[in-house]
Write a protein that binds this ligand. Structure first.
Ligand SMILES: Nc1ncnc2c1ncn2[C@@H]1O[C@H](COP(=O)(O)OP(=O)(O)OP(=O)(O)O)[C@@H](O)[C@H]1O
Ligand SMILES: [Mg+2]
Length: 230
């Protein structure tokens, strides 16, 4: 099967005083539709940098970033923005919801910013909030929701654009154990239901068995992926 996300020999350097810091060193990564891939590794090893490159937010110094068959490194400007909007969903540790908007409005706004027609947005937003278990809370504002519920809104919002690739950076870092497990289980379920190629960065190694594959970053290099222990 062709991977939906395919990184080929991706390297990224940041300026560091008089020299450079190699954040990514010839990284190869292939993730298929419906695959839940997890990425672990010490702080500063390059995990968030890898997600930023896969999200096309940062252009690598060399290598290819192929998303759903399109080489993002060959695009720029409007072409790159539309590839990102149409194919990539991004979920960070902090949900960054707008305080004045209800859960359903957060999702509708995300669609609006993508330039999508408003007519169908409310229906889809309502359906997605149902999928993440927030059907009864769709008219609540962020301060009326728990941390776990806010993260569920964040996940539903990322799914509004029907992404093929879902990139998730430490989604459970601010949550207690029980809520963390339910968020990882939810990510597993939406990966299957929406056939996304999902990459999750996490420090919670106890949840790795809920994912399909695990790889470790060390000093910008990605160690060969192995199957998580059952
Ligand atoms: N914008 C930047 N400019 C310069 N250096 C950066 C930048 N972003 C990250 N770095 C450096 O690149 C390396 C990798 O950082 P990155 O954020 O990818 O690590 P990480 O594995 O996500 O760490 P953590 O687990 O702490 O989130 C680090 O040495 C970091 O200091
Ligand atoms: Mg990070």
């Amino acid at each position: 099967m062709n991977p939906v996300l395919n990184l080929v020999k991706v390297s990224l350097e940041y300026p560091d005083g008089d020299s450079t810091l190699r954040a990514l060193d010839a990284v190869d990564l292939r993730v298929e539709a419906g695959e839940f891939f997890s990425l672990v590794g010490p702080s500063g090893s390059g995990k968030s940098s890898l997600l930023a490159v896969a999200a096309t937010l940062v252009r690598p110094g060399s290598g290819l970033v192929v998303i759903d068959g399109v080489d993002a490194t060959g695009l720029k400007g409007a072409g790159l923005t539309s590839l990102r909007r149409e194919k990539v969903g991004i979920i960070f540790q902090q949900p960054n919801l707008l305080p004045s908007l209800t859960a359903v409005e957060q999702l509708i706004l995300a669609d609006h910013l993508r330039g999508k027609p408003a007519a169908k947005a409310r229906k889809r937003a309502t359906e997605l909030l149902d999928v993440v278990g927030l059907g009864p809370s769709l008219n609540k504002r962020p301060h009326q929701l728990s941390g776990g519920q806010r993260q569920r809104v964040n996940i539903a919002r990322a799914l509004m654009g029907r992404p093929r690739v879902l990139l998730v950076d430490e989604p459970t870092a601010a949550l207690d154990h029980e809520r963390s497990e339910s968020i990882v289980r939810l990510l597993r379920r939406v990966t299957e239901e929406f056939s996304t190629a999902t990459v999750m960065v996490t420090h919670d190694t106890e949840f790795l068995p809920l994912t399909d594959s695990v790889a470790t970053m060390r000093d910008g290099r990605l160690d060969v992926a192995c199957s998580p222990q059952p």
